[in-house]
Structures are given as structure tokens and as C-alpha cells.
Design a protein around this ligand. Structure first.
Ligand code: PLP
Length: 384
């Protein structure tokens, strides 16, 4: 039997409808969007349409959307680019972020530390929440930039971005949020969130891999990350990934049209799954059960290492993960669960199950049975 995919936070399949609109841009409509003749004009129009579709998802202006190669590039570009530009303007060199960010943000910040910037990595509470008052207390006269993720990729906790944003807007401090896990899954309005920049990625919302976007509020000019031609209003050089851009646009449009219904459907499935898991002896839920991504369930199991359970679940035909895709294969416990105060044993038992567009109730029922069987078998083996 075909394995059941329950790792939508790692990546999502490209929706058939997205693939269909992308295909012509690999063949008949191959033009370079910078060319003046008709081939170029058609490609240019397609890129413009996609820019509007992405802008619409975020309630932003098309001119505020820049296409990149993905979430990692968006994070790197905006944080490095704004840090360098603001320091050069004499505004300061202090950056604030949190301990639970994706490594695209954390490792960018540690690179900036090597360039002479000071970085504060804020702690979180036991549910993974960054408190607005913690952000406020960390502000200094030379703080130039704050980056806090919209929703966590491991435990699904949704951060209080609107509160943090309005506090920072009043102080005119540049605020970026990594919304890669949230975009297309929960309603996002850049106005309501009071963010100046927001990262998203195609492959986390049923679009292709290797394409993403950065929302950058009008008036901000980070240094470019990629220098060359004049594409993306001279902010990001290189011939556009037209097919990828068209795919991201379509994925954004579909996500927006189906967001409310899918949000409700997945939240219900998620809540059912969390309730079931809590009935298994020794199992608990990691993260905030209320302020949580609709598709995320992350749980721990007393006395069972995550690898042991993952292998059993894989043999039973279920693809789930140990924390994030990026930390898979590494032996150190999750930096997110560690920041949430869990010791190595607890954090080392975490399993992330993420649901998505093609997840059904039947799949989850079978998953719960497989999980109960696997936990019992491991316990029995350990007792022998
Ligand atoms: C996946 C992910 C990224 C990286 O996005 P890519 O498009 O794979 O580079 C960044 N941040 C978060 C929160 C993610 O989940």
C-alpha cells in the first residue's frame, strides 16, 4: 500500500491545478520576461499576474512583492539587507529574534554577529510563545530590526505578531516575520499584523520548490543579496523563474480561495488527533493547543526515542517526522523544544505529524491505530 504522507510542514506536493498552469512556461511560453517582443511580453504579464495573486493573499500591494528562490532566501535577504542598510545609515547594529526561529533566520543572525552586529535571541514560554513584553524589554537605543516567525515549523505555535508589530510600529523599528508555515494556511494581512517584511515559500503551500517571495513594505530599501541585472526592480538580479513564479501565484490564489474551509476542516482533524493521542498512556502534546497551525500535531512519548517510533511508523506506512525536516538526521535535540524548557529525553521523543490538503479522516484513524500498536510493541520489547 502507498505510504500515507503526514509531513506537510516539511513540504507539500504541487497541486495538479498549479502544475497545469506552470507547464506552458517550460515550453511554448518560454520567453524571457525582460525581452521586448511578444514572447517576453507574455512572460512579463504572467509574472505580473502572479505578483498580484501573492499580494492579494497577504493584503499587500503588488509592488511590495519580490520573488526569490524560497523561504531561506527571503529570510537571508531581508535580514542581511536591512541590517547592512540601517547600520550604514547610522541607525545602530542591534537585532532581536527568538530562540525558536527556523535556521534560515538563526544562522543568518549568527553570520551577522560575525559582521559586528549584536543579536538578542529571546526566550519563549513552555508553549513556544514569544511574549510581546519580552520583545519590548529587549529593545535598545540601537535596535534596528526585529524578526519573529508567524508560526513555528516544529510545534505549530502561532506567535502574537499583531501585538508585537503594533508595539514596534509605534517605535519605528523594522519588523520582519517568517510566515513560511503560515502563508496560505491561516489568514494573514500585512496591515493587521503591522509587519514591514514577510517571507513565504512556494513548496509549503502546494506550489513548486525553489520559489518564494518577500513582502517588503513600500519605502524600505535593503541591500541586494544577488547583484546583476535589473530584475525585481533592481533588488534581485537574474532571469525570472517564470514557471515557478506562475506556480507560486496560482498556489497563492487557490490557497486564498479555499483558506477558510480548509482551515476549519484541518483544525477539526487536528483537534481530533490531539485528543486521541492524549489518551495513549505516556503521550503529551507539545506546543500551544489553542494558538496553533491548523495542520500541526507534535507530541512526545515517555521513554521512547523518536527514531525508534519513526522507524515503526514508517514500516506501518506512515511518513511523519522528528521535529523539523532540517534537523532530521542530526542527533542534537530540537532547539525549539529545548527553548520551551524540555530536557533532552523529553525533546528527544518528539514526533511531528502535519496534515494537509490531501489528508483524510480515514488516514488519521489508521494512523492512530498504527501509533497505538507501535507504542505498545516498543514498550513490550523494552520490558522483556
Ligand atoms: C521551510 C521553511 C523555511 C525555508 O523555506 P525554503 O523555501 O525551503 O527555503 C523557512 N522558514 C520556515 C519557518 C520554514 O518552515
Amino acid at each position: 500500500m502507498r505510504p500515507v504522507y503526514l509531513d506537510y510542514a516539511a513540504t507539500t506536493p504541487v497541486d495538479e491545478r498549479v502544475l497545469k498552469v506552470m507547464l506552458p512556461y517550460f515550453s511554448a511560453q518560454f520567453g524571457n520576461p525582460s525581452s521586448v517582443y511578444s514572447f517576453g511580453r507574455l512572460a512579463r504579464a504572467a509574472v505580473a499576474k502572479a505578483r498580484s495573486q501573492v499580494a492579494s493573499l497577504l493584503h499587500a500591494e503588488p509592488a511590495e512583492i519580490f520573488f526569490t528562490s524560497g523561504g531561506s532566501e527571503s529570510d537571508n535577504w531581508v535580514i542581511k539587507g536591512m541590517a547592512l542598510a540601517l547600520r550604514r545609515a547610522g541607525k545602530g547594529s542591534h537585532i532581536i529574534t527568538s530562540q525558536v526561529e527556523h535556521h534560515a533566520v538563526l544562522n543568518t543572525c549568527s553570520w551577522l554577529e560575525q559582521q559586528g552586529f549584536a543579536v538578542t535571541y529571546l526566550p519563549v514560554d513552555e508553549l513556544g510563545r514569544v511574549k510581546p513584553e519580552t520583545v519590548e524589554a529587549a529593545l535598545r537605543d540601537d535596535t534596528i530590526l526585529v524578526s519573529i516567525m508567524t508560526a513555528n515549523n516544529e510545534v505549530g505555535t502561532i506567535e502574537p505578531i499583531a501585538e508585537i508589530g503594533s508595539m514596534l510600529r509605534a517605535r519605528q523599528i523594522f519588523f520582519h516575520t517568517d510566515a513560511v508555515q503560515a502563508a496560505g494556511h491561516i489568514p494573514l494581512s500585512v496591515e493587521e499584523l503591522h509587519v514591514d517584511a514577510l517571507s513565504l515559500s512556494g513548496h509549503k503551500l502546494y506550489g513548486p520548490k525553489g520559489i518564494g517571495a518577500l513582502y517588503l513594505r513600500r519605502g524600505f530599501l535593503p541591500d541586494a543579496l544577488i547583484h546583476g541585472g535589473g530584475q525585481e526592480r533592481e533588488m534581485r538580479a537574474g532571469t525570472e523563474n517564470t514557471a515557478g513564479i506562475v506556480g507560486l501565484g496560482e498556489a497563492a490564489a487557490i490557497a486564498q480561495a479555499e483558506l477558510t474551509a480548509e482551515w476549519e476542516r484541518l483544525s477539526e482533524l487536528r483537534d481530533w488527533l490531539m485528543t486521541e493521542i492524549k489518551t495513549i498512556p505516556g503521550c503529551w502534546i507539545n506546543g500551544d493547543e489553542e494558538y496553533r497551525l491548523p495542520g500541526n500535531v507534535n507530541f512526545g512519548v515517555t521513554g521512547i526515542a523518536q527514531d525508534t517510533l519513526l522507524i515503526r511508523l514508517d514500516m506501518a506506512g506512515f511518513a511523519v517526522s522528528a521535529g523539523s525536516a532540517c534537523s532530521a538526521g542530526s542527533l542534537s535535540p530540537s532547539h525549539v523544544l529545548t527553548a520551551m524548557g524540555q530536557d533532552a529525553d523529553k525533546a528527544g521523543s518528539a514526533i511531528r505529524v502535519t496534515l494537509g490538503r490531501f489528508t483524510t479522516e480515514d488516514m488519521l484513524q489508521r494512523f492512530v491505530e498504527a501509533l497505538k500498536t507501535a507504542v505498545a510493541a516498543i514498550r513490550k520489547q523494552a520490558a522483556e
